[in-house]
Design a protein around this ligand. Sequence first.
Ligand SMILES: Nc1ncnc2c1ncn2[C@@H]1O[C@H](COP(=O)(O)OP(=O)(O)OP(=O)(O)O)[C@@H](O)[C@H]1O
Ligand SMILES: [Mg+2]
Length: 253
Amino acid sequence: MSLLSVEGLWTTFKAPGRGVIQAVAGVDIAVAEGETVGLVGESGSGKSTLARSVVGLERAGRGRVTFAGTDVTRGWPRRMRRDVQMVFQDPRSSLNPRMSVGAIVAEGWRAHPGLVGSRDAGAQVAQLLEQVGVDPALATRRPAQLSGGQCQRVAIARALALRPRLLVCDEAVSALDVSVQAQILALLARLRADLGLAMLFISHDLGVVRQLADRVAVMHRGRIVEEGPAEQVYESPRDAYTRTLLDSALELD
Ligand SMILES: Nc1ncnc2c1ncn2[C@@H]1O[C@H](COP(=O)(O)OP(=O)(O)OP(=O)(O)O)[C@@H](O)[C@H]1O
Ligand SMILES: [Mg+2]
């Protein structure tokens, strides 16, 4: 059974001067327990809208989202909200600049008090920071005092603090230098192995997705135009748009 299952999902916007935008236009996608699905596609193809519709940040007009057998299309039940966590592109703007690193990591526990005893919070924050490769001594610092890569590690620790089953990474390494990108990708791969996390890993960068994904879905104008094992999509794409995308990625290299 799929952990996440999306069936026939539509998400539509009305934008002034642009009329009706069908950002997600009838998408089917599934992520199995422990699996990493890569979602690729050019800018504006609807990747973020799909992700936001799945986690409930955007309201889907039609279709169905199911998580571990529960229909979450119209909202996630409170007890399930921690099961899916998101990591965004810009680590700095996704962290509250006025909070300490430790407080940021612990923030989600207020809504889920059962996850940690108040006396253990400090020790658990330290453990989470260690898990993502950040010196626990930095827990008292503010995000501005950290590098972009360190901030993204903190954002990952904040997500892990809620012990999610699915991590949705939306361009999570796109704002980072190539060497830092590689470190964060290695961290995500290790966490997946250690924790059995499932991932929906979104990027416009096909090379990045290839390093992590078991399966790849290609999105174009709100639709999934091709989907399959990563190897097959990269080595023998069936769809013309996928071939164009792969060719232009090669040209950039
Ligand atoms: N809140 C919104 N209001 C109106 N239109 C929107 C909104 N969010 C997204 N869109 C439009 O929906 C379409 C899909 O956008 P989306 O951000 O999902 O694409 P994307 O694949 O994530 O692109 P990128 O690679 O640049 O992040 C675009 O045409 C975008 O302009
Ligand atoms: Mg996006």
